[in-house]
Design a protein around this ligand. Structure first.
Ligand code: NAP
Length: 215
């Protein structure tokens, strides 16, 4: 089975995340597992409990058979390093193909993550586009630029498949999705300023945020 691992702070989850996952589940993956961080290692947390971010995810995905949410990073506690999560998931799903889903911004920094060079030996990646990105072949070359130096020279570009192939035969796909111009930061600011968030995230998540006075 092809399983997408969608890691994020999800503070809160919104239709941008959900639409990306939906299109990948329709066209490429058999299942998407959303994994909220316990503490995102490179971000100052605005004080929202991981359990509440997990609850918002559970509410958002409950009617989609191909979506799951996992609390493995929350249960592990401390700072959430994707490398640790990937090692754990490979033990849970030894015979499935795992794909870490990331936007271009997140992907462009992976080499600086904990064990950033090794991550590319352990798991496939799906990098999804940002609004305004055009030519696929140029983007594939651009993805190479973000790799650790020792990998850059040994990577193969397969334009027909929109992917890079590592020496360990892991794939880094560049896949186009409908990138909705929605951000968690803008949503939090809207809540703070009493501006409507309708149609940016599911209504039930909006109600949960209001009832729990999250932002
Ligand atoms: P986030 O802000 O909640 O975003 C989650 C993912 O959704 C990101 O890949 C982001 O891509 C993408 N996204 C955001 N808005 C989107 C939209 N409108 N449409 C489609 N996709 C959208 O999470 P994050 O804080 O960046 O963290 C992402 C993952 O990276 C987490 O699993 C985190 O643990 C991991 N990480 C690991 C380390 C480490 O191991 N040292 C360090 C940093 C992050 P963009 O970033 O391109 O917007």
């Amino acid at each position: 089975m092809k399983i997408g691992i969608f890691g994020g702070t999800f503070n809160p989850v919104h239709f941008g995340h959900l639409r990306a996952a939906e299109e990948l589940a329709q066209n490429f993956l058999d299942k998407v597992i959303f994994i909220p961080t316990n503490i995102t290692s490179n971000k100052k947390m605005p004080g929202i409990d991981p359990e509440k971010r997990m609850e918002m995810l559970n509410i958002a995905i409950k009617n989609n058979k191909k979506f799951e949410a996992s609390d493995i990073e929350i249960k592990r506690g401390g700072l959430s390093y994707s490398y640790d999560t990937i090692i754990q998931l490979k033990k849970i799903y030894p015979s499935d193909e795992l794909y870490f889903i990331a936007g271009v911004d997140a992907y462009s920094d992976v080499k600086n993550w904990k064990n950033g060079a090794e991550i590319f030996d352990k798991i496939n990646f799906i990098v999804v586009n940002r609004s305004g990105m055009k030519s696929d072949s140029k983007n594939l070359v651009k993805l190479t630029g973000f790799l650790p130096d020792n990998l850059k020279e040994r990577i193969k570009l397969e334009y027909s498949q929109n992917r890079l192939v590592t020496p360990k035969n892991k794939y880094i796909y560049f896949l186009k999705i409908t990138r909705l111009d929605i951000s968690s930061t803008a949503i939090r600011n809207n809540f703070k300023n009493n501006i409507s968030n309708l149609f940016l995230l599911p209504n039930e998540v909006i109600n949960y945020i209001i009832n729990n006075k999250l932002y």
